[in-house]
Ligand binder design. Sequence first.
Ligand code: C2E
Ligand code: MG
Ligand code: MG
Length: 654
Amino acid sequence: MHAAISLIPVLVLGAALALNFKSEAQRRGLNEGESQATLVAQTGVEPLFPEGNPVSTALTQTQRESLTRLASNKTILRLRLRDLAGHVVWSGDESGMNAAPEHEAIEAASGGPVAKLTHLNADANDEGPTGVQAVEVYRALEAGDPSHRIGVLEIYLPYAPINQEVSAGLHTLYRDLGIGLGALYLTLLVISISMGRGLRQEVKFNAFLAEHDHLTDLPNRTLFHRRAAAALKKARRSQPVVIAIIDLDRFKDVNDTLGHHNGDRLLAELARRLDVNTRPEDTVARLGGDEFGVILTGATDPEEALWRLREVIDREVEVSGLPLSLESSVGYVVAPEDGNNVDDLLQRADVAMYVAKGAHSGVVRYDAEQDDYDAAKLGLIAELRQAIDAGQLVLHYQPKAAIGDGKVEAFEALVRWEHPVRGLVYPDSFIPVAEQTDLIDKLTDWVLATALEDVKTMGRGRAGLAVAVNVSARSLSKPDFADRVQASLERAGVPATRLIVEITETALIADPERAGAALAQLDAAGVRVSIDDFGQGQTSLGYLSNLPVHELKIDKSFVFDMLTNPAHAAIVRSIVDLGHNLQLRVVAEGVESDAVLGGLRKAGCDVAQGYLLARPMPLAKLEAWLADPARRGGRSAKSARRRPVTAKRKVRVG
Ligand code: C2E
Ligand code: MG
Ligand code: MG
């Protein structure tokens, strides 16, 4: 295309120049004819009229003979003399004698010579067959003293010899022109090809950049999305498409400890492995950060394929001389079964990935029942993130008091969101959503810092008062969780003994190993650990006995109706006994009536928490409540078996 386009101007230029040369050559041919005619006139004709008589006066015999001799010259095709009015008065071949005057002759009689390229007998007046190509010249004849015009010479000269001379020059000109234009064309071609190649490469490169990740060279989210959409179009139940999201676990630690440079090297290596371990028709993309996306088409056993990819990631990588191995969480969907819209499928794969991460279960397929992510909730997460920064969260405190003497031992910090539009929002509507992302860490940090600041002034600085903070499974599973708690304590300048960390039983089951390690570190620092909502999960008693736990909180669902539901009453009694046997303090939450409180006391429960004592309240109301003697009304000081709050156990059962 480029070659053809650059040929056009060269050809146009060549044609214009060639035409110009040709007309120039013709002009030179005519000039040549003109000079020959002048030569003939001046040497052969004018000297025949020394007196300057007009040629129209009768010619002498000598004049006629001289003229006939001249006309018989081989270099002259035809010779005629005309008078100043253009009539032929003498003709070498007797032609044109009685014809009408030629206008060229009249023109030449009073002006300069007229020359033109023609053929013999081509003039309208001439007869006979058209002859060879000739230069026809009309030129005024001058003679006498003083010299004046006496007639017009009409002469036909053969064009062939003139042409030969002229076109010899023309041929070299054409050859040079051809060579010059050829060189020009080649130069243009080389320039345009090299520029074209450069441009094409740049366009290709830009297109690549727009759709690939610069660190790993893998397709980016945009291309992944497009390929997923294309794969979905072909997906059938008999030939499903698998879309998976792989998220590295604890990649942040690598970045934090080894630096971003090494984090990048690790990502590049893992990307390479994923790429070589999938088939060319599959797609591996980097979706951002430590997240990869995979599209598998025609996989017979996707679960198995994804486990294999997970193992590939798991294999040791050497980064800066350190052998590293990273686990990952994989969530996946199968289309069309789990949906047929890319956005929905990606979101669902994301949910499955979070489930896999939360439970450390490796590879998990999307299950609608685990999906807490509807659009409203995603919006809520974005809003909550800003709410924390904007100071819209507040803590309300609910007392935990000893059942024996009613003494308040601690306050549980319960978060609320003072939403500018929706008013006070309770944690049940945003904690579960926050728990599905790392936003919960930000929230936990905020609650910890605020609660530790508040506990310093509670009860006018009563040193024995503790604050209890709820911690989600997701936060607990972060390797630096215990460090962050200790850092918070240090920042606030609060002794670790004034902090109780409440962890739900289910959080422990999700990741027993990591939970155990975090709790051990907290315990060593002096922080107390409480197991919240106890009775809901199925903690193995053996496991429980090995955890550095200080307190069991009986789930309120057993407490509410313990007086009417004998099974629940039995559970409450069993938990109290179990706790005591493990040297743990037992707390009942959800105590709403004196009757239940009485039941708990009878069962030997140590601490009560519930609306009967107080509803969760803002810090500002807490002092007044503490100072109000009426709050102790109806509670006897008769002590049940009380255990010191500090008692901690690590007792093996059996
Ligand atoms: P939880 O830790 O089991 O907290 C006790 C919940 O029971 C609180 O609900 C409290 O207001 C409520 N409650 C207390 N006494 C009674 C009673 O006598 N009757 C009844 N019906 N309810 C009572 P709240 O404040 O709505 O919190 C709900 C849950 O949200 C908490 O359960 C806890 O799991 C979670 N949560 C609250 N704050 C935080 C937080 O800062 N971080 C985390 N991760 N979770 C939190
Ligand atoms: Mg709690
Ligand atoms: Mg609870």
